[in-house]
Each structure stands twice: as C-alpha cells, then as structure tokens.
Design a protein around this ligand. Structure first.
Ligand code: CP
Ligand code: NVA
Length: 309
C-alpha cells in the first residue's frame, strides 16, 4: 500500500527512528563518495504554491543524487489553475510519476490529493504543518546531542506550522518540548489536544520566553509572520519583540545549548545576527540535513524500502 507523509502523525516512533538512522547513514555514504542511485526511471513531481529555496532544492537534489528525476510542476501553468478538480489531477498524475511533494496553503487540499492518488504524497509545508522540516531537525538534534529524548527542546515565537509539527513529533517520540508564544499566537488547540491525548512526552505551553529558555538544550526560532501572513508583519513585530532569540536570552540556556532556525531568517527580528552567526548556531548543518532526510524519506516511500509502516 502506498504511504503518505501529510503530518508527523502518519509515522510511528519506529518509522521515525528508522528514518533518522537511515538519513545519518545516507549522509555518511555521500561524504564517503559512495554512489547510490537506486531510482533510475523514477520521477518525483513537485507542486509548490508558495516560495521555497531549501525544501524544493533539497527534494530536487535528493532525487537527482538517487538517480531519479525531479519534475517541477508550475501549478499556474497546469489545468489546476483553470479549476480542474484535485481528484482528477491526482488520478492523472498518479499514472505518470512515482511520488508527489506539495507545498501549499490548505492541508485539506493535500488530504484530497492523498485520497485520490495512488502514489505517495509528501507534505512540503502547509499553513498547518511542515513535517519533513521537523524530521530533518530531529536528525540534527540527534547528531549534536546524541539523542532526542530527555533533553529540553524550546520553541520560542509563533505557534505556527513548524511548531505544530514539533508538537506532533513530541507526541510520537516522547519529547520534552516547551513552547513560548505570545498570548493570541498559541498553537492550534485541536493539535495540542490530540498531542496531549497521546500522553507521550512532556509538552508545556507558556508565554514567558525566559521560562522556555531556562536550561534549554535546544532553542528554536522561526519567522514571526509565515508565508501568507505578510500583511500582519508590522503588528506581529511589535507583539513578538520579547521573543527574539538574542544573546541575553541565551544566557538562561544550558551551557552547550544549540540554536536552530528552519530558515529563511529575518536578522534582528526573531533572531539576532550575533546569535544566528554565533558559536551555538547549527543552522547550516540543519539546512544540509534536509537533503539527507529527504533521501531517507523518498527511499522509504518509493524506493522499495519497507521499513516505514
Ligand atoms: N526551511 C524551509 O522550508 O525553507 P524553504 O522555505 O526555503 O523551503
Ligand atoms: N513558518 C514558516 C516556515 C518557512 C520554512 C512559513 O510557513 O513561512
């Protein structure tokens, strides 16, 4: 049966542990110059309704490095733009390509693609989630800290799509996750409720950035206004100011804290230049790991590796 990754909740702890180990292995193979090209004749479609540097190019590069072909599909030049139903597009594309990664606004649109496609559908970011980002972020945490559990991971900023995927990951993996968000910008209640119901991990919500930063092993920042919220940018800049990842906040964290940001970063908004470029920042390794995790995901979904249930 085909497998989709629409949210992290589509994966079990065993699946994620497998992907983490495999991504680390694939990274090692690449560094050793091992050629591994199992995807001859396979095609990955990419439909991106929002801009992207890292996700699009890491998916394309991953597919090429694995010997397959990425096919960027400009939705505005397809019949989708002329209102051909998603269920028709999904069934037709399933006859041509082997997997489809989609970045769009609505999670519902992704669900519809998944329902009507016979090929795996991968969420490359929606307004609600960014699962592949958080999978590669956890890979970085494991590389730097040796583990993902029993360490304090703190999200500071907006309760947005990336935060939601961290909440899901906490529920599946049992993470110790603290989210500090301004009142009115907390994560989605339903997503939190579902995570709490799983009873795994410790998820704590606060509006105090110092509480989140205190003794943190991982400090994570993301933009204050996500794609699609550009018109709220000015107002958000005022509300979020105390949540900026700055040197002063880092002083509360554990001595060997790592600073993460999914990028793109807005210097001197959600993160200071000093912190982003400073010794605690792992953002470039974090970005690189998107490539390796994407390879592990593609291999599991279309490469005949059956370790992902
Ligand atoms: N982190 C991330 O998803 O970056 P892009 O928007 O450049 O893909
Ligand atoms: N929360 C951000 C993530 C960008 C990778 C956004 O959705 O714009």
């Amino acid at each position: 049966m085909k497998k989709d990754i629409l949210t992290i909740l589509d994966l079990t702890k065993t699946d994620i542990d497998y992907l983490l180990n495999r991504a680390i292995e694939l990274k090692k193979m690449q560094k050793q110059g091992v050629s591994y090209r199992p995807f001859a004749g396979k095609t990955l479609g990419l439909i991106f309704d929002k801009p992207s540097t890292r996700t699009r190019i890491s998916f394309e590069a991953a597919m090429i490095q694995l010997g397959g072909t990425p096919l960027f599909i400009s939705a505005k030049d397809t019949q989708i733009a002329r209102d051909e139903p998603i269920r028709d597009t999904a069934r037709v594309l399933s006859r041509y390509i082997d997997c489809l990664a989609i970045r769009t606004y609505s999670q519902g649109l992704l669900d519809e693609f998944a329902q009507f496609s016979s090929i795996p559908i991968i969420n490359a970011l929606t307004d609600l989630y960014h699962p592949c980002q958080v999978l590669s972020d956890i890979m970085t945490v494991v590389e730097k800290k040796g583990r993902y559990d029993k360490i304090k991971i703190s999200w500071i900023g907006d309760g947005n799509n990336v935060a939601h995927s961290w909440i899901n990951a906490a529920a599946v993996l049992g993470l110790d996750l603290v989210l500090a968000c301004p009142k009115g910008y907390y994560p989605d209640e339903e997503i939190l409720k579902r995570a709490f119901e799983r009873g795994r991990g410790k998820i704590k919500l606060t509006s105090d950035p110092v509480e989140a930063a205190s003794d943190a092993d991982v400090l994570y920042a993301d933009v204050w206004a996500s794609m699609g919220q550009e018109n709220e940018h000015k107002e958000r800049k005022l509300v979020f100011e105390p949540y900026k990842l700055r040197g002063k906040l880092l002083q509360y964290a554990s001595e060997d804290v790592i600073v993460m940001h999914c990028l793109p970063a807005h210097r001197e908004e959600e993160i200071s230049e000093e912190v982003l470029e400073g010794p605690k920042s792992v953002v470039w390794d974090q970005s690189e790991n998107k490539l390796h995790m994407t390879k592990a995901i593609l291999e599991a979904l279309i490469g005949g590796k059956s370790a992902v249930s």
